[in-house]
Structures are given as structure tokens and as C-alpha cells.
Design a protein around this ligand. Structure first.
Ligand code: SF4
Length: 200
């Protein structure tokens, strides 16, 4: 079972040539980075519990092309997320391109030699690694702070697909009344988003 904070549609990544990406915000993170935009969700929201099979069925509809794993900390649920990607590959006939944000560095993941973490790592095309350091936040679009690296683990994505860009977010109101935000928000946008959530 997967423990999630939210699911949403996102255009993060290369120009939307083949379809949108499904962003999966997983629940829970053992770190406590100052300024973390997910801290409140990790603490306050009861997780959405979803089977990897159900998530794969969402992909089967054909609306989504790629998968973005964001936090929370995806590597705390590495085995389940690896199974999810394998299940999606099975029902759609091809592995989706996967972008993953993690508070770990690539070296930490490799050094631990945890089989489930390595299994998840083997499915990731682009890893954006390292914890968030508020003082190093330069408002870049694809990473929270400049210590984090965009590591292209396969040729599924290319560095030129991620040119320097100003941060932007989109807030979406869904039919069932819940709100999702995609993108890494600037400080002002994060404050506004937290305010909207509290008052919604
Ligand atoms: S690693 Fe990410 S989710 Fe975890 S506390 Fe840091 S910023 Fe928040």
C-alpha cells in the first residue's frame, strides 16, 4: 500500500509532447528541513492509502505519460513505489518516464545498498537529490535549493529539457472540492498556498 498526501497532474519536465505527468506526493518524511512546504501536509493530513494496482489503472486510461515522485520522502516507501512503476509498465506495456525528488543524496542511497531503494532507483530517469536548504533557495524552477542536483540517470530526459526558468505553480480545484498545487512555489507563493489551504 502507498501512503500519499495527494495526486495531481503536472507539466513539470520537458515540453508536454506526449501527455501530462502524474505527480504523486507521498506522505511522511523523517527530515525536518527548515522551510519545507510539505511539512504541514506530512504532519496534519491523514494519508490517502492507495494500492499500486489502483495507481497503475489511472495510467491505463492513457491520460498520463510520466510519473513524478515528490514528498514527503519517496525513498521511505521505496519498495511500494518500485512495485507501482512495475505495475504501470505491465498494464501499459512500457515503463513511464520517472522523475523523483528525494532528501537523500544519490551517494547515500547507493551506500546503503538497501534492495528496495536500489529497485526504485533503477526505475528513475531523473533524480533531484539532497535535502532542502532554505538559505540556498534561489527560486529556481526545478529544484528547491542549489545544493540539490538534477541527476540524469538514463537518457530518458536531457539537461536541455530543463533550462533555467523562473518558478511557477498552478493551483487546481478538483470536482470533488479538493485543491492541489503543482510546481515548487516561491516563498510568497508558499505562504499564499498555506493560507488558501487553511481557509478552504
Ligand atoms: S526532505 Fe523534502 S519533504 Fe523532507 S523535510 Fe526536507 S523538504 Fe520537506
Amino acid at each position: 500500500m502507498l501512503y500519499l498526501n495527494n495526486l495531481g497532474s503536472s507539466e513539470l519536465g520537458p515540453p508536454d509532447r506526449k501527455g501530462k505527468n502524474l505527480t504523486v506526493w507521498v506522505n511522511g518524511c523523517a527530515r525536518n528541513c527548515k522551510g519545507c512546504i510539505s511539512a504541514e501536509a506530512n504532519r496534519m493530513l491523514p494519508p490517502i492509502i492507495m494500492s499500486h494496482y489502483l495507481l497503475s489503472l489511472i495510467f491505463k486510461e492513457g491520460k498520463y505519460h510520466g510519473l513524478i515522485l515528490s514528498g514527503g520522502e519517496p525513498f521511505l516507501q521505496a519498495g511500494e513505489l518500485a512495485c507501482t512503476i512495475e505495475e504501470i509498465s505491465l498494464v501499459t506495456g512500457k515503463k513511464p518516464p520517472v522523475i523523483c525528488y528525494t532528501g537523500n543524496t544519490l551517494e547515500e542511497i547507493r551506500e546503503r545498498q538497501d534492495p528496495e531503494e536500489l529497485q526504485l532507483l533503477s526505475h528513475i530517469d531523473l533524480l533531484i537529490d539532497g535535502e532542502y536548504i532554505e538559505e540556498l533557495d534561489r527560486q529556481e524552477r526545478y529544484r528547491g535549493s542549489t545544493n540539490q542536483r538534477l541527476i540524469f540517470l538514463t537518457d530518458g530526459f536531457r539537461p536541455e529539457d530543463f533550462p533555467p526558468m523562473k518558478r511557477s505553480i498552478s493551483i487546481k480545484l478538483h470536482g470533488d472540492g479538493h485543491l492541489t498545487m503543482t510546481g515548487i512555489p516561491s516563498r510568497g507563493q508558499a505562504e499564499t498556498w498555506n493560507k488558501i489551504k487553511k481557509e478552504w
